[in-house]
Design a protein around this ligand. Structure first.
Ligand code: FES
Length: 164
């Protein structure tokens, strides 16, 4: 003979339980965000990972491809001297810069900032510093992002810049 257990839950108690579960859900999300900031993922700490950006055929010489690296906007350029990758968040006020082939620059439309597509250095305009470089590797017909050259870059823009 099976034992029968009966649990009685009032409507008030059920509501309290549901509210508690919702609160727990949001508290967990906030805790995860705090932990992610305090102990960033491997690639955000400047350690090397391989993130496939594109196949070599996708980006012929003289063209570019936007991508996201560590959640930040970035651009892969195929210059005559080879592939280059930079974060594309403008170092002036955080607009997204892009490849402008007719001027051979990485261009920020907000205040006409221009960066060298080979080095990321500022050519003209108000940006105070170069675009951050991303180490890349080309192998087996694809281009992979490895890490930010400056491991402090991601933290420095975390609170005011978004992804592409
Ligand atoms: S935000 Fe790029 S030049 Fe001002």
């Amino acid at each position: 003979m099976a034992d029968k257990i009966t649990i009685t839950v009032t409507r008030r108690k059920l509501t309290e339980i549901l509210i508690g579960l919702v609160a727990l859900f949001f508290a967990g999300g906030a805790l995860a965000a705090v932990l992610d900031y305090l102990w960033p993922k491997t690639e955000a700490k400047g350690e090397s990972v391989e993130v496939k950006i594109a196949t070599v055929d996708e980006v012929p010489t003289g063209t570019a491809k936007k991508f996201s690296f560590n959640g930040k906007a970035a651009v892969l350029l195929h210059m005559p001297a080879g592939f280059r990758a930079f974060g594309s968040v403008c170092t002036h006020l955080g607009c997204i810069a892009y490849w402008k082939p007719d001027e051979n620059v990485i261009y920020c439309p907000c205040h006409i900032g221009k960066y060298d597509p080979n080095t990321g250095t500022v050519i003209s305009g108000p940006p105070p510093s170069p675009l951050p470089s991303i180490d890349i590797i080309v192998k087996e017909g694809s281009v992979y992002a490895l890490k930010w050259k400056d491991p402090n870059y991601v933290k420095s823009i975390s609170f005011y810049a978004g992804a592409a």
